[in-house]
Design a protein around this ligand. Structure first.
Ligand SMILES: O=C1O[C@H](COP(=O)(O)O)[C@@H](O)[C@H](O)[C@H]1O
Length: 236
């Protein structure tokens, strides 16, 4: 496991964008699962302004999780990505594989699982992303697998319907077997609210296994944590 601890959120955005740009340059085609929430916004803003040289026609974008809302809803991970990245770059429409948050959740989990089967190359008999980008919630959730539904991690399905513990909002999420089959998994974690869980999970402290983020262990062994100083305060 590599850590990339940076002094500020802006620096995380810069480092991660440069990493991504390098990966895109060096691969003929890349299938990337994006994370949602608030953390990627700065990275996407940075990329859309500073990474003009990227050939986006080589990149296929997917989402590791999506809230079950319309694509125009402020809660939509797709909308956040459109606002901060997709509306500012030249990427073919057919390279964007969004989760239909507005559809029936169970049917969409099945459909999106099939999208992954059709679009992605296979490794270990499973769809394989080149890169899965993950965030981590203050409660230790990742993608949309929350501590109260940690069993979803081990689902035999590619995607599941999850429920947010506080709001009851339904989510579509990729499952552990897809995450851990990726060529590379990169955590993008910022803010002091994450420090305690980062310390517990990376330090394998008492009870760390209750947090879904602790289950991220790609068989490729390529796991990278991009963090700012606030998130890394307990381990730096
Ligand atoms: O709900 C979600 O939360 C996590 C973490 O988000 P953040 O706002 O703390 O950055 C995110 O990774 C996930 O994609 C999102 O749907």
């Amino acid at each position: 496991m590599k850590t990339n601890v940076d002094p500020s959120k802006a620096e995380v955005a810069k480092r991660f964008s440069e990493y991504l740009e390098e990966q895109i340059k060096n691969n003929p085609i890349m299938h990337i699962a994006l994370s949602g929430g608030s953390t990627p916004k700065g990275v996407f803003d940075y990329m859309s302004e500073n990474s003009k040289g990227i050939d986006w026609s080589k990149v296929h974008l997917y989402w590791g999780d999506e809230r079950c809302v319309a694509p125009t809803d402020e809660e939509s991970n797709y909308k956040m990505t459109v606002d901060h990245l997709l509306s500012k770059i030249d990427i073919p429409e057919e390279n964007i594989h969004r989760v239909l948050g507005e559809a029936d959740p169970q049917a969409e989990a099945v459909r999106y699982g099939e999208v992954l089967e059709v679009q992605l190359p296979k490794e270990n008999n499973l769809p394989q992303f080149d890169l899965v980008i993950l965030g981590m919630g203050d409660d230790g959730h990742t993608a949309s697998i929350f501590p109260h539904e940690i069993e979803l991690w081990d689902s035999k399905e590619n995607c599941e319907v999850a429920i947010h513990p506080d709001s009851g909002q339904r989510r579509i999420t990729i499952t552990g077997k897809i995450i851990n089959n990726a060529k590379t998994v990169a955590f993008l974690v910022t803010g002091e609210g994450k420090a305690e869980k980062v310390k517990t999970i990376i330090g394998k402290e008492n009870g760390y296994e209750q947090y879904p983020a602790s289950l991220v262990a790609p068989t490729s062994k390529n796991l990278i944590w991009f963090m700012d100083e606030d998130a890394a305060a307990g381990i730096a």
